[in-house]
Design a protein around this ligand. Structure first.
Ligand code: G3P
Ligand code: MG
Length: 261
């Protein structure tokens, strides 16, 4: 949905909750960002084996938890009993894998805006989009209005969905039609505009490493919001803002700070 509206959300977001200063996709990470003055965060939502969305990036548990094997082999309650903080540093030992619902509750209470990335495991795009869509729509029901996925009508306190998987965004749209969508494209392809139109997306999210100034100008001129991940150098953030980019997420919440916007 082409629109030419100004970006209404925070412009500097913590990536995966609190970037690399805290364990990714945890409430401790979200708290770390809030403590440092961040007013927005991105995180990844995937389905546990019982269909409950939780915050985690990988389909397997080894890298970020004390568990082993597939995320989908455990219920959300079992995942919550794992330690998702110790791998990062001892002070985060005991930090659980949070449910999406718990993360949304924390964010709303803290006034933290969210870019919820729908991160389906293999062949789970549709159920993940449905479950994440329903969970977010329920948590923000009081803020959502008909047509709220249009840039002109978004509530700046309600989240923006993003995903690399169009079927996940389409499923979220079906159950949460009043929450806006951004399409994640690692590189901007020639048919980016048709892909955004097909999803009724208001934003294009991309890897800044492959983005050119010309592409940024084209996307902005066409009337879409432009979001870049994951930008860890202040000088690069300034350059991207000069190109017209709307917002970024960063792993270095100590270097790339909200006052850069
Ligand atoms: O949403 C932007 C960014 O998070 C996409 O990459 O792999 O960190 O989820 P990834
Ligand atoms: Mg992500």
């Amino acid at each position: 949905m082409s629109h030419h509206q100004p970006w209404p959300y925070p412009r500097v977001l913590a990536h995966r909750g609190g970037g690399t200063l805290a364990p990714e996709n945890t409430l401790a990470g979200l708290r770390e960002g809030v403590a440092r003055g961040f007013r927005g965060a991105e995180f990844d939502a995937m389905l546990a084996g019982d269909g409950v969305p939780v915050l985690i990036h990988d389909e397997t548990l080894e890298r970020t938890t004390t568990g082993r094997g597939a995320v989908s082999a455990r219920t959300a309650a079992q995942l919550a009993a794992l330690d998702a903080g110790r791998w990062h540093s001892p002070r985060f030992a005991g930090e659980p894998v949070p449910s999406l619902e718990d993360a949304l509750r924390y964010a709303r209470a803290a006034g933290l805006w969210l870019n919820v990335e729908i991160k389906p495991a293999k062949d789970q795009a549709e159920p993940t989009g449905l479950a994440v869509g329903l969970t977010v729509a329920r948590a923000y029901a009081d803020l959502l209005r008909p047509g709220g996925d249009r840039a002109e009508h978004v509530d700046a306190r309600a989240p923006l969905f993003s995903s690399f998987q169009p079927p996940a965004l389409a499923a979220a749209r079906a159950v949460a039609p009043n929450i806006p969508r951004g399409l994640l494209l690692a590189r901007v392809p020639p048919d980016w505009r048709a892909q955004l139109e097909a999803l009724g997306a208001v934003a294009l999210h991309t890897n800044h490493k492959h983005l050119t100034a010309a592409q940024a100008g084209e996307i902005k001129q066409a009337g879409y919001w432009l979001f870049c991940y994951t930008v860890d150098e202040p000088a690069r953030v300034r350059e991207l803002f000069d190109w017209g980019m709307d917002a970024i997420c960063t792993d270095r919440i100590d270097l790339v700070t909200p006052d850069l916007a």
